[in-house]
Design a protein around this ligand. Structure first.
Ligand code: ARG
Length: 295
């Protein structure tokens, strides 16, 4: 299929049914959403469309997953699965509110197999939570996953990921409830930089980051950037799409050769998500698999 060879292939889901109707993280407050829901819904549609448009402009192919009533968080497709080398490892969610999404995502991945986009769909072993790429961030330059555990995913998921894909998986505990998914706390940029929220990790987690990233490769996010989900960014080539960035952060990224594209996603922040959460890369390929294919 043609899209296979696109630079970026992304799964998104339009916010038809997006709202904050329950609370499973500190950002979510249904009582604050409710009275303004009409305005916020319109705003969410505008913000999502702009993000979608931006990604298309950057050359991404975007696959759209059909929205489903009563599943407001289905828009956060990053949580659908860990997708690598044409295989999707479907999420198992911590909270009952999101568990019905699992079957929806699995069904859509089966459709993607039929369309020739994916080759295999796998599910998690009974009782082990893993909330997809949201908690399992692919680091292209190091050829490894950064997995977050604690609030949502289980530490035991790290072994499942490394065995499923045959790739190194570093598991870091997430200790700040506001940064409850790895993708809210850490971004692995394509040239090896790690952009992260230091307070989201404990000493052991910070040591893992320091062991793998040189001081020049580390971009520590200040609380102000962390709070606007700067870590939750999507990169395509050297373009980094994020909800917003301080002048200082912008400069740090630009001096490293990236271009920052800011597109506001404030309504999604009310649910605890931003740019990365609203997207799932379907095209990640490991060097190992490329070598296997070539031989
Ligand atoms: N309201 C959603 C939840 O709490 C937000 C998910 C954001 N997604 C992400 N990949 N961080 O699960």
């Amino acid at each position: 299929m043609e899209t296979r060879h696109q630079a970026a292939h992304i799964l998104m889901c339009a916010p038809e049914h997006f709202a904050v109707t329950y609370s499973i993280n500190p950002w979510m407050n249904p009582a604050a959403w409710d009275p303004a829901s009409q305005t916020l819904t319109r705003q969410a549609h505008r913000e999502w469309k702009r993000l979608h448009q931006r990604l298309l402009q950057l050359g991404a192919a975007i696959d759209l997953m059909p929205p489903v009533p009563v599943l407001p968080d289905l828009v956060f497709t990053a949580n659908a699965a860990v997708v690598m080398d044409d295989t999707a490892l479907v999420a198992h969610f911590r909270y009952a509110q999101r568990q019905p999404e699992e079957a929806q995502f699995e069904g859509h991945f089966q459709d993607l197999i039929a369309a020739g986009v994916l080759r295999a769909v796998k599910t998690m072993p009974e009782g082990i939570c893993l909330e997809g790429a949201g908690d399992c961030v692919w680091d292209k330059s190091r050829q490894m996953f950064w997995m977050g555990y604690g609030p949502r995913s289980d530490l035991a998921a790290a072994k499942v990921v490394s065995e499923t894909f045959g790739l190194e998986t570093a598991a870091l505990e997430l200790v700040d409830p506001r940064f409850y998914h790895m993708d809210t706390a850490l971004s692995a940029l394509p040239n090896g930089e790690i952009m992260y929220v230091p307070s989201a990790f404990n000493a052991e987690g910070l040591k893992q980051i320091h062991d793998r990233a040189t001081p020049e490769q580390r971009i520590e996010l200040k609380p102000k950037d962390a709070a606007i989900f700067a870590a939750n960014s999507v990169w395509i080539g050297d373009q980094v799409v994020m909800s917003g960035a301080s002048i200082g952060l912008r400069r740090q990224l630009e001096t490293r050769g990236y271009r920052v594209i800011a597109t506001s996603l404030g309504t999604f922040h009310r649910s605890g998500g931003s740019a990365f959460c609203l997207t799932l890369r379907l095209d990640h390929r490991s060097e190992k698999a490329a070598l296997r294919q070539a031989s």
